[in-house]
Design a protein around this ligand. Structure first.
Ligand code: NOJ
Length: 530
């Protein structure tokens, strides 16, 4: 593609740095470790890395509580390491996207330390203080307000109490936050993922949220006044103008309580480049796995994003939800993971691949005393938190899976002797080989990247759709069932042609407009007209 735009047409890989590669034997992943794996990532064919937070943090929420936005946590390396990462990544054509956590800071951040020191501190209203808490609830449980004994007032925190929300309404706060973007832009960072951006602004009058039915406290109210306030739009315009003053810089927002319509409303030429709508990533009770449901979710997002001319994003796994491979398969079988990877890489939208997803890593399961994630500690055993999907990357079959020379911060999944990068690299039938082939096919097939999405069927357990450009049509078909089946391809759509990729050896199996599909088979083929 000669008009290739990395953030639209490329594949973005999320690195949870803490769990990716440990170079200095402290049990935590770090930047030099990541640098040592860039060749692997280059060979996988990815175009950009999104790094989960790398800033100094007391780890009340594992990096999502930032104590200094313009520095690297010494446990991960130094700013010089970061510059080296940037240079080494760029040398390989890989862009770097940083995670910007700007809805809140750590309670250890100097701004908050000043703010909480007295009611008349110059930075007092850099955070949101009140004499009387309203009914807002924290996403991680309990009231969103914490009384601070030093001054007797309450401060707002939408996450843990060690993550006070900043007051974006203060012009000084806005200026200081935009300066953080400038700091990283000047170093050459290519883009930003904005953590819970749509919660930056809260209702100026701090009105109570209306109640509704729900399971947890947080779900028992409409989040009418604690997020999605109109003041966000002018801020996005300022941010976009800043990004556009550099060549090809990118922003993707993590939409809180996302719907496609909400995510798309924050995107555009003078807003974010993209925003997650999380159509497929979540717990499997709410996000089931069958052709009809998936087709419905695709059409739901297509109808919004396509109509608005906004480029979507596709996410199957990330650091907040159970990994897709284990969500859809109880045992060792990777067939469902191949299907999830196929959706990720063949739907219209930028794919975000989560570290380890390419080898089908499964969540680890932990006992109560091993849990470190705050919501997991709070809600166990009802909800066991997010540690499961954050276990160390499984590089090889050696001790600690080649992640570290010492005991890692979270246990390695016990399947690592079989499931690891080294083993799967040798095996042409592995999920890793499949992912690599599909990424490379995607790169070589413009219809898979920029083509229109045309649904064909979601009946009888088969999901089939086309990606079309004026001269090219690619059929993507997936059999969600465990039995052989036949897909009738409407002759108007075209005749089954060359097989581009299949999860089983197939040279035959096509007759006229019929395509037979093996159990859980994924097949991509060209359709020819006439
Ligand atoms: C969303 C992040 O993805 C999650 O990991 C974090 O806990 C919250 N935002 C708070 O920053």
């Amino acid at each position: 593609m000669n008009d290739f735009l990395w953030w639209r047409d490329g594949v973005i890989y999320q690195v949870y740095v803490r769990s990716f590669a440990d170079s200095n034997g402290d049990g935590l992943g770090d930047l030099p470790g990541l640098i040592s794996r860039l060749d692997y990532l280059g060979n996988l064919g990815i175009d950009a890395l999104w790094l989960s937070p790398i800033y100094p943090s007391p780890d009340a929420d594992f990096g999502y509580d930032v104590a200094d936005h313009a520095a690297v946590d010494p446990r991960y390396g130094t700013l010089a390491d970061f510059d080296r990462l940037l240079a080494e990544a760029h040398r390989r054509g890989i862009r770097i996207v940083l995670d910007m956590v700007m809805n809140h800071t750590s309670d250890q951040h100097p701004w908050f330390q000043e703010s909480r020191s007295s009611r008349d501190n110059a930075r007092r209203d850099w955070y949101i203080w009140s004499d009387r808490p309203n009914n807002w609830t924290a996403a991680f449980g309990g009231s969103a307000w914490e009384r601070d004994p030093a001054t007797g007032q309450y401060y707002l925190h939408l996450f843990t109490r060690r993550q006070p929300d900043v007051n974006w309404r203060r012009p000084e706060v806005r200026a200081a936050q935009l300066d953080v973007f400038r700091f990283w832009l000047a170093r050459g960072v290519d883009g930003f993922r904005l953590d819970v951006y749509n919660a930056y602004f809260k209702d100026a009058g701090l009105r109570d949220n209306p109640r509704r039915a729900g399971l947890r406290g947080f779900d028992r109210q409409h989040h009418l006044h604690d997020m999605d306030q109109p003041e966000m739009m002018p801020l996005l315009r300022d941010l976009r103008a800043l990004l556009d003053s550099y060549p090809e810089r990118y922003s993707v927002g993590e939409t809180y309580l996302a719907t496609p319509a909400k995510a798309a409303s924050y995107c555009g030429a003078d807003k974010l480049h993209a925003a997650f709508s999380f159509d497929f990533a979540g717990g499997n009770l709410l996000y089931p796995w069958n052709a009809a449901w998936i087709a419905e979710r695709i059409s739901r997002r297509e109808s919004v994003f396509d109509a608005a001319g906004i480029w979507p994003t596709t996410v199957m796994s990330n650091h907040d939800v159970p990994r897709a491979a284990g969500r859809y398969s109880r045992g060792e079988d990777d067939a469902p993971a191949r299907m999830a990877t196929t959706l990720l890489l063949t739907l219209r939208g930028t794919p975000f691949l989560y570290y380890g997803e390419e080898i089908g890593m499964r969540d680890i399961s932990l006992g109560k005393n091993e849990i470190v994630d705050p919501p997991g500690k709070k809600y166990w055993p009802l909800y066991k938190g997010r540690d499961g999907c954050r276990s160390p990357m499984q590089w090889d079959g050696s001790e600690h899976a080649g992640f570290s020379s010492t005991k890692p911060w979270l246990p390695v999944h016990p399947d690592f002797p079989r499931r690891n990068v080294a083993a799967q690299s040798e095996d042409s039938g592995s999920l890793l080989s499949f992912t690599r082939s599909l990424i490379s096919l995607r790169k070589a097939t413009p219809a898979l990247v920029r083509g229109e999405y045309v649904p064909l069927t979601a009946r009888r357990g088969v999901l089939a759709f086309l990606r079309t450009l004026p001269q090219r049509k690619v059929l993507v078909a997936m059999n969600f069932g465990r039995r052989e089946t036949v897909l009738e391809v409407d002759p108007h759509a075209g005749r089954p042609g060359r097989v581009l990729l299949s999860t089983r050896q197939r040279s035959s199996g096509r007759s006229g407009s019929e395509l037979d599909l093996g159990p859980h088979e994924v097949v991509l083929l060209e359709l020819t007209s006439g």
